[in-house]
Design a binder for this molecule. Structure first.
Ligand code: HEM
Length: 364
């Protein structure tokens, strides 16, 4: 059975999300100033995962959303775009809760990446179409995010596709996390009901080398090396969830800010590669364990092209060899946040438009 998000007829527009009552009640009682939407967002993305009980609710959410989506002939307007951004913001935790914002922004930026990064340029297959294969372990955690977004997407499903809405959610998160305002283009087509699920195994392994990342981003997706370096700076928002991937911690101290902290930390922090209790390898701050920041091998690959290999387990190991294809870009983005914003915007628009040549800006 396909485990992707699928479309069905517009008449069946109710999400299949189910939540366990005690969790809803618990959060509601501590968030008196929040709307119901805030509560749902916090529970699904922040509260549950942060409290380490994501697995408890995981069983309470069905693996397939049966809601409708479509990208028919409707011509989106700027006013409608503003309405759709407002819908995303109904779910957004307030700035007074930076931990919840970290989870919320991170989830919303990661989702369109995972929808898009299935593309294969040589065959023009897959890519951003509002469908994820829930059977792919790389998509861990995202079914919850999709269910959450569906609560505000479904009322608007006749004016915008789900694939477009996920990009709007990502753009809104980036904007509200003090990142660039990214111009939006619409017209992505959702996958059809009953279509084959996207293949698994397309995502980069977090414990991979630069050569693997090059093969995925440049060779398969058709992006440039500059795009790759600019995109991975998105790890400045959000964090890793040990219950989901086995990795732990955010990449910098401000996981709710879309700033160039990822590049600054990548260059300046004293990293040490460690084996976690979950049997995953990641890079931690070596003399300051309480700092609780991390890097994946794939992040460190932008600095060293043999990061994680025997002989390159510590940031100042003489056996670590600089990645000459990427290190100058990392240094540029660490020195100039505006330059990164510009290059990120270009790369993000390219990523989220893979396979489309007919996207349009909303009409004035
Ligand atoms: C080599 C490429 C990449 C690898 C191996 C990778 C891997 C990961 C992993 C393992 C996590 C932790 C997930 C969790 O534990 O919940 C993560 C989170 C995240 N990734 Fe990536 N990623 C890559 C590229 C990207 C790109 C290109 C973007 C966006 C443009 C992105 C955006 C994010 C965000 C925002 C989060 C935080 C999610 C959250 O807070 O829930 N990643 N990534």
């Amino acid at each position: 059975m396909a485990e992707t998000v699928e479309m069905d007829t517009p008449s069946s527009a109710s999400p299949t999300t189910k939540m366990e009552e005690p969790m809803v009640a618990h959060k509601s009682s501590s968030s008196s100033s929040w709307t119901t939407m805030h509560v749902v967002a916090f529970i699904l993305v922040g509260g549950l995962i942060g409290a380490g009980i994501a697995s408890a609710i995981w069983g309470g959410i069905e693996a397939k959303s049966s809601s409708s989506g479509g990208s028919g002939p409707h011509q989106l307007t700027m006013a409608e775009y503003a309405t759709l951004q407002a819908a995303v913001r109904m779910l957004e935790p307030p700035p007074s809760d930076p931990a919840a914002q970290t989870d919320f922004f991170g989830a919303l930026v990661r989702l369109p990446f995972h929808d898009a990064a299935t593309y294969t340029a040589s065959t023009k297959q897959n890519g951003p179409n509002g469908c994820l294969n829930y059977a792919d372990p790389a998509n861990g955690g995202l079914p919850m995010v999709i269910s959450m977004l569906d609560t505000v997407y479904l009322p608007h499903k006749d004016i915008v596709s789900r694939a477009d809405f996920w990009v709007i959610a990502g753009n809104t998160a980036i904007e509200d996390a003090h990142g660039p305002v990214i111009p939006f283009m619409y017209g992505r087509q959702d996958c059809r009901a009953g279509s084959a699920p996207k293949p698994t195994g397309l995502f980069p392994n977090p414990e991979s080398l630069w050569t693997d990342m090059f093969n995925i981003f440049v060779t398969r997706l058709g992006m440039t090396v500059q795009d790759v370096v600019a995109l991975i700076g998105a790890h400045t928002v959000g964090r890793c969830h040990p219950q989901i991937t086995g990795y732990e911690f955010p990449w910098d101290a401000t996981g709710n800010r879309f700033d160039n902290g990822f590049y600054l930390n990548l260059l300046n922090a004293p990293w040490l590669r460690v084996l976690t209790v979950n049997n995953t390898n990641q890079w931690d701050f070596s003399p300051v364990p309480s700092a609780n920041f991390m890097m994946l091998d794939s992040d460190m690959a932008l600095r060293f092209d043999n990061a994680g290999q025997p002989g390159c387990q510590v940031y100042n190991d003489t056996a670590c060899t600089p990645n000459n294809a990427t290190i100058a870009l990392v240094q540029s983005y660490a020195a100039d946040q505006n330059l990164w914003f510009t290059d990120f915007t270009t790369a993000w628009n390219k990523l989220t438009s893979l396979g489309y040549s007919n996207l349009k800006p909303p009409a004035p």
